[in-house]
Design a binder for this molecule. Sequence first.
Ligand code: 13P
Length: 247
Amino acid sequence: TGTFFVGGNWKCNGTTESISKLVSDLNSANLEADVDVVVAPPFLYIDQVKNTLTDRIEISAQNSWVGKGGAFTGEISVEQLKDIGCKWVILGHSERRHIIGEKDEFIGKKAAYALSNGLGVIACIGELLQEREAGKTFDVCFEQLKAFADAVPSWDDVVIAYEPVWAIGTGKVATPAQAQEVHVTVRDWLKKNVSSEVASKTRIIYGGSVNGSNCAELAKQDDIDGFLVGGASLKGPEFATIVNSVL
Ligand code: 13P
């Protein structure tokens, strides 16, 4: 579905120096033309990245404030992200859900505000290991998806990232069949609950221990439209391999 989309979520990693090296590796990498490529640096380094990274790669934030900026200590607004050159924001990441405690409704509001103000949203969903083991994977994903669906004004600039929590940062990647099963079911949910058009055009990307060696098999699955990469996105050449895995 659509153009293959690969995002690099740098999370809370990097220094001026390591990011300068990563940017130069990305600038010299050979990236397939027909892939949307996005990186999400920590807020502090967005300006550095914007000023040094090739325009071939778009920039995402890892979070945004739920409404207009103002007296919200420690937050970063959508308006500021747009001002500094961001095109995207990652919302609903499992680390923000489960470590920081963000809830569905709050995440939905953030998505609505970001989309209404011109940022694309990488909308993350995914189940915990205990939820998978209890047979609740689809219930959990549908509930998280519904919170986005209830809030967003349009799906035009939304990419859904399915990231099973047990696969994130663990080296335990979902098998291509496990990922495909959820992706096709998410697409079916969109068809039934939003529209056939949205179901067929919305990209559903996979995240969780994607690396240079497992990306090609995953990319072959019918309903995997790209990746959201954590650890492996901190290495320029490996990230380029993942970008080019659609071939
Ligand atoms: P890893 O690729 O490090 O497992 O992280 C995935 C992720 O959370 C991307 O958002």
